[in-house]
Design a protein. Sequence first.
Length: 262
Amino acid sequence: MRKYAVVLLLAAVLAAMFGGVIMRVNVAHASEYDVRLIAHFTTYYGESSEGRKSNVALAARRIDGTVLYPEDEFSFNDAVGRRTEANGFKSAYIIVDGEFKEGIGGGVCQVSSTLYNCALLAGLDVTCVRAHSLPVSYVAPSFDAMVSSASDLRFVNTLSAPVKIKMSADGKYLRAEIYGVDSVSIRRRSETLGTLPYETEFREDATLPFGEEKIDTYGKNGIKSQGWLDYFENGKLVRSVLIRRDCYAPQKQIILRGVATD
């Protein structure tokens, strides 16, 4: 009973610190609990299109303020909702069949990936994560988190007290923060095991003069990688945990070849 009361008190402390009301709990002794920033992670999206920036900001707002009690599981798809125009999302580039194409909700995977890394650094237990089919630029290999209607990012608060998630997007930087009581020293480590060379595809283009060539999409090598978490105590490495292995397909280079004869 006492443990449950402490959990409720800590949840109220988090609400008092960052706004919002979770429960009516006496917080007279809030100062006894060292609620602090236990993990943070930032990615850059300043060169994104306006539609992508809007999607990133919208998804971040819908996650911001989430409180997870011990043993609660967070679901990205539940928190953010369906990526549709009716739900406020706009068109931007997404990965479809190994290529970048316009689609509703482009950019949301950067939000899930940023939050995923923050959850790892906070010591939370990731229960569901999936890599992209292609390498992405905003996080290291084996540290991305692809989300879609068929793929979710989920993690459980396995710590001894509630945690609160804060997310912000200022047009350039996307930042995830997790506040709580328990704190561990964890570093991420991405290891590249090999590369997969890209192929070149030529496509006929009737708008270009006959024989003229133009690069439509630059090729990018694929990557075989694995992700590690290194745990430290008093500045010394105490253990390393392999959390995943991934294989990212190469991005095909597409060259347009003119066939116009006029």
